[in-house]
Design a protein around this ligand. Structure first.
Ligand code: ADP
Length: 430
């Protein structure tokens, strides 16, 4: 624009000087022929000057517009890049203008509203309706107000999912705010992890406090010297030792879990015979079972051999845990069966008992860390609620599965399924 103004001014000045020069010539030169020649020269000189000046101005103007176009393109490109990024980032973004207009709602927010059957474009008139269905915190008025008041981020719970909403006011350089942005992050995982951590600490404290209180009270009673009967003294000492064992077991399981979480479960695998391991684990619990007059039937043929790629120590830990549970949760005179079913791709170790069984409600949660069934708690049966959680982690690290079926007061069936080794016959031939 400045260039065009300059060009106009230059043209005007040249026109004036041209007229002035012609006027002077007209007064000074009398001879007509010479006057015409001089006038032609003056006009030609002025036209040449005008063309030269005009061209220079137009060229610089063109360069200016070219630069402006480039800048605008760069700005537009940046704007589109940011807009695309904002539209598709994992966090939800809603931008509202000062006039209460909806500037942008990204795909994540639309995904959150999808449960409310969102179809077509989400314009300002429909936005609040959907936002209110999700949470009133996302209504435009609330976003503007919260950002204006500089409120800290807040966490909301929507159908068991946790979302953190942060508000930022859009303040241009002059200091007058022109709108607000709400950023919505799904924090379900971290919130649950935080809760699990505090539950974990509460559970560990509780699990340690109970045996510790028992140890302390029995030791204190013994110290007073009031228990004179030798049999009772022995009973008290037995309780102290068994409670110490319980604490020891809990600490061992905790350390096991901690190392699994920290380094991941490191398996030391090799080809190993599963039936012989299952027979050995069954024999190991024989003594404890006998004390409760529980019959343990091992249906695994002595001649049966099945090679499985496994960490023998870890699978032994799983079988020990499942078998000890079967004994713990089976009343005196009960029965436990141990069997192996060999399939094409997997081998199943099936351990059934006709014990207390598990209620439907408990069954859904027995693999959770620290979860203990109602009967375990009310029946005063010792345990930490970690055994099945650890077993599950071990079996799954082997590419297998562990499942529990149970009928309340009828019994429980635990199936540990492991993939059989692919290597068959003489290795290295094909
Ligand atoms: P713990 O036995 O130390 O409580 P587990 O993780 O081994 O912990 O088991 C979790 C819960 O599963 C137990 O508290 C119990 O309620 C239930 N459970 C496991 N095995 C059996 C079983 N064979 N019979 C009945 N309940 C069982």
């Amino acid at each position: 624009m400045v260039g065009i103004r300059k060009a106009r001014l230059a043209s005007f000045v040249l026109l004036l000087t041209c007229f002035a020069s012609l006027l002077v010539l007209f007064v000074l030169i009398e001879d007509r022929e010479r006057l015409y020649i001089a006038a032609a020269v003056v006009i030609a000189v002025h036209v040449a000057c005008w063309w030269f000046v005009y061209r220079r101005i137009l060229l610089s103007e063109a360069a200016f517009f070219e630069a402006v176009e480039e800048d605008m393109y760069a700005v537009h490109f940046r704007f589109r890049t940011f807009e695309t990024a904002v539209r598709h980032i994992k966090d939800g973004v809603v931008i509202v203008s000062e006039e209460d207009d909806l500037v942008l709602v990204n795909e994540t927010v639309k995904g959150l509203f999808a449960a409310y059957k969102l179809d077509g474009e989400l314009d300002a008139s429909r936005y609040d309706e959907f936002a209110a269905g999700f949470s009133e915190k996302l209504e435009r008025k609330n976003i503007l107000e919260s950002a204006n008041k500089n409120l800290p981020p807040e966490t909301i719970n929507v159908d068991g999912q946790y979302f953190k909403i942060g508000y930022v006011a859009l303040v241009p350089e002059k200091g007058k705010w022109r709108g607000a942005v709400a950023v919505i992050s799904d924090v379900t995982e971290s919130t649950k992890a935080d809760r699990m951590q505090s539950d974990f600490i509460a559970n560990v404290s509780h699990e340690l406090r109970t045996p510790l209180t028992n140890v302390k009270s029995h030791a204190e009673t013994l110290m007073t010297g009031s228990v004179e009967d030798e049999g009772m003294v022995l009973d008290f000492l037995e309780i102290i030792v068994s409670e110490a064992d319980r604490m020891n077991g809990l600490i061992r399981e905790l350390m096991d879990l901690a190392s699994m979480d920290y380094t991941g479960l490191v398996l030391n695998t090799s080809e190993s015979d599963l039936p012989s391991l299952a027979r050995m684990s069954t024999r190991k619990v024989g003594g404890v079972a006998q004390k409760k007059a529980i019959t343990v039937n091992c249906w695994i043929d002595d001649s049966m051999s099945l090679s499985v790629e496994m960490d023998r120590g870890r699978i032994e830990q799983v079988l020990d845990n499942v078998l000890n549970n079967a004994i713990k949760y089976t009343e005196e005179g009960g029965r436990i069966d141990v069997d192996i079913i060999s399939g094409q791709n997997c081998v199943q170790i099936v351990i059934t008992d006709n014990g207390t069984g598990i209620s439907e409600e408990d069954l859904a949660r027995v693999f959770e860390r620290f979860y203990r069934g109602d009967k375990a708690l009310t029946g005063g049966i010792g345990g930490t609620g970690l055994g099945l959680a650890i077993s599950k982690q071990i079996v799954e690290a082997h590419g297998g599965t562990i499942s529990l079926e149970s009928k309340d007061r009828r019994g429980t069936k635990v199936t540990v399924s492991l993939p059989v080794s692919k290597v068959r016959g003489i290795p290295g031939i094909l």
